[in-house]
Design a protein around this ligand. Structure first.
Ligand SMILES: [Zn+2]
Length: 609
């Protein structure tokens, strides 16, 4: 599908390159050429020049250059045929028919019809907003939101009167057929035949495509209705998830700033825009799609996600991060305090405060980690495993190796994974495909979780073996001593059985351990070896041995905490949080003291001496 070469040559001759480029950059005449600050790279003194005689442009700074078509392709981020269309459009040259099949033509005709009807509707809604008495409610609403008349005009907000057919009548007057109206999405068809206006008594937000044509609408209720927003259905001109709200107005600023702020709703874009934050796009409630990200990616490779801070907003942000990463964009996340959205926040605290927060937006990995550790206790292996499983999917898609490794290291220290072997194995899982590695992570974390230590095995063995020892030691155990051990449920069960005054035989125990199969699996091994000291330690006092084992467990716990503290102190150092560092250091000191007190007996338990 392409245009005839004769047409392209013709167009090139007729298109004045200065006039076309003038639409995008302000050119100043300098000798035979025209100069400007380059739209493709940041600069303060002009090095971008256009030669009308040679019909070319060239930038001495970034060395971009070419014909009028290459300029349009670059600045609009479109393919060649689209650039032809745009240039032809600008100079008012009719396009020749493409070599094409009729179905495509019919579809395009239908799309053009929908856009024409949308344009009529929008004009009418804008008039209604400005002049109808009924629209006062809409005018007051915008006033309350501090949206100026200038902003309203920029975004072409309108008002749909509360009538079942006023818009349809207007469209028919304009010359639309009923069939066209039915296909436009502007009305709702009734089952019994006929139709009525879709947007009634609502503030209208038009969704404009990148060329500024109205392809769909959102209507916000101005009363207390259940549906706060209603939206256009899909039509020949509008497919959900293909467009980003605001991009037609904000793309140049996005290109200039080299990043975009991604928000959720209409007003989350309109309000920042009004206050001068103009590198924003909105995904409009529906989940962000790869198509939208590809479109955005043409203008910038960095995105700051700024959704609501509530639960739904956080979920939506995480979903968007995945899509953005998969398209190779760099992502930061801005969460405003008190779950505020950008609209509320800027009106309440001002744009300077907003920009300051935006500058401190966290890298996506930090946001994901924060969410994963929230409401989880990392001291518990199962919860730690869940947190790791939740974070790794946001590291896997990162393609730049150095970056990926850095994110991984940040995650490992934040999640307090100190074991080097474990880290290495988790790193390995980031290479395979997604489904496989999720399973691998679970296996790795589980395996390292369920291996009981020597002290644990000995202590359980002794307790299972001797009623005397049970009476003596079970009451002395504190929940903290065994809570995090893979054999925690065996300890708990022994306590239960002891309190019930029963004998802990295999049947009783395994029944009670039904809920924890991995602990139940250990049971036969523990019972087989109970009191069966093959390594020549009959001479050792079982009582002393049990005590040493408890000390050893307490020591292990301390050691684990110490290595976590090391990681946390390093993090605190890195971010310069001296207060936290000091409090961690105090805990560290206290633990090392307790450690040396426990050391001798714990060593004894481990070595069996
Ligand atoms: Zn340049």
């Amino acid at each position: 599908m392409r245009y005839p070469q004769t047409f392209i040559d013709d167009l090139k001759r007729q298109a004045d390159i200065v006039r076309v480029i003038q639409d995008y950059v302000q050119l100043k005449k300098k000798g035979a050429n025209w100069m400007a600050c380059c739209p493709f790279h940041k600069e303060k003194t002009p090095s971008f020049s256009v030669s009308p005689a040679k019909e070319i442009f060239y930038c001495f700074g970034c060395h971009k250059g070419g014909s009028v078509f290459s300029f349009v392709m670059e600045i609009e981020r479109v393919a060649f045929p689209e650039a032809i269309k745009i240039v032809a459009d600008k100079i008012g040259m009719p396009l020749p028919k493409l070599v094409d099949d009729g179905r495509f033509e019919a579809k395009r005709q239908e799309a053009d019809d929908v856009i024409q009807l949308n344009a009529w509707a929008l004009q009418w809604w804008e008039q209604q907003f400005e002049s109808s008495a009924e629209a006062r409610i809409a005018r007051e609403y915008l006033q309350k939101r501090e949206i100026t008349e200038e902003t309203r005009k920029t975004f072409r907000l309108g008002f749909g009167p509360d009538s079942w057919d006023a818009l349809s009548l207007h469209l028919r007057q304009k010359g639309a057929s009923q069939a066209q109206i039915d296909r436009s999405g502007l009305v709702v068809k009734k089952e019994e035949g006929g139709s009525y206006d879709r947007f009634r008594g609502r503030l209208i937000f038009p969704v404009l495509d990148i060329q500024g044509r109205p392809i769909a609408f959102g209507g916000r209720t101005l009363k207390d209705e259940d549906a706060k927003y209603i939206n256009s259905p899909e039509t020949a001109a509008y497919v959900k998830g293909r467009n980003l709200f605001g991009l037609n107005l904000t793309r140049d600023e996005i290109r200039r700033q080299e990043y975009a702020i991604l928000v959720e709703g209409f007003l989350d874009l309109i309000v920042p825009y009004q206050f001068g934050v103009r590198n924003v796009v909105a995904s409009l409630g529906t989940a962000l799609t790869p198509e939208q990200v590809k479109q955005l990616g043409r203008f910038a490779r960095k995105v700051v996600v700024n959704y609501d801070g509530d639960r739904a907003g956080v979920q939506a942000a995480k979903k968007s991060i995945e899509i953005l990463l998969a398209e190779d964009l760099e992502v930061k996340v801005l969460v405003l305090p008190e779950n505020a959205d950008p609209d509320e926040f800027i009106r309440k605290f001002g744009v300077t405060e907003y920009q300051q927060r935006r500058a401190k937006a966290q890298p996506h990995i930090q946001f994901v980690i924060d969410q994963a550790v929230k409401d989880r206790d990392l001291q518990r292996p199962a919860e730690k495993a869940e947190a790791v499983g939740e974070v790794l999917p946001y590291i896997r898609p990162v393609r730049i190796p150095v970056q990926k490794r850095e994110y991984f290291e940040i995650a490992m220290s934040a999640l307090e994974i100190v074991d080097v072997t474990l880290r290495r194995e988790l790193w390995q899982t980031l290479r395979g495909d997604v489904a496989e590695s999720a399973g691998a992570v679970r296996r790795i974390l589980k395996r390292t979780g369920v291996k009981p230590t020597v002290a644990e095995r000995r202590l359980l063995g002794l307790l299972l073996f001797s009623e005397d020892l049970r009476h003596q030691f079970l009451p002395r155990l504190e929940p903290d001593d065994y809570l995090d051990l893979p054999t925690a449920s065996i300890f708990r069960t022994l306590l239960e059985v002891e309190q019930e005054g029963k004998q802990p035989d295999f049947e009783v125990l395994s029944q009670k351990l039904e809920d924890d199969p991995s602990a139940a699996e250990l049971l036969p091994m523990l019972m087989i070896s109970e009191g069966n000291s093959s390594d020549g330690e009959e001479s050792r006092d079982p009582q002393k041995l049990a005590e040493d084992c408890i000390d050893s467990l307490r020591l292990m716990k301390i050691d684990l905490r110490i290595s976590e503290l090391n990681a946390q102190m390093a993090t605190a150092d890195r971010i310069g949080d001296t207060e936290r560092r000091d409090s961690l250091a105090r805990e560290y000191l206290d633990l090392t003291r307790r450690r040396s007190a426990l050391l001798p007996s714990a060593e004894a338990a481990r070595s069996g001496v």
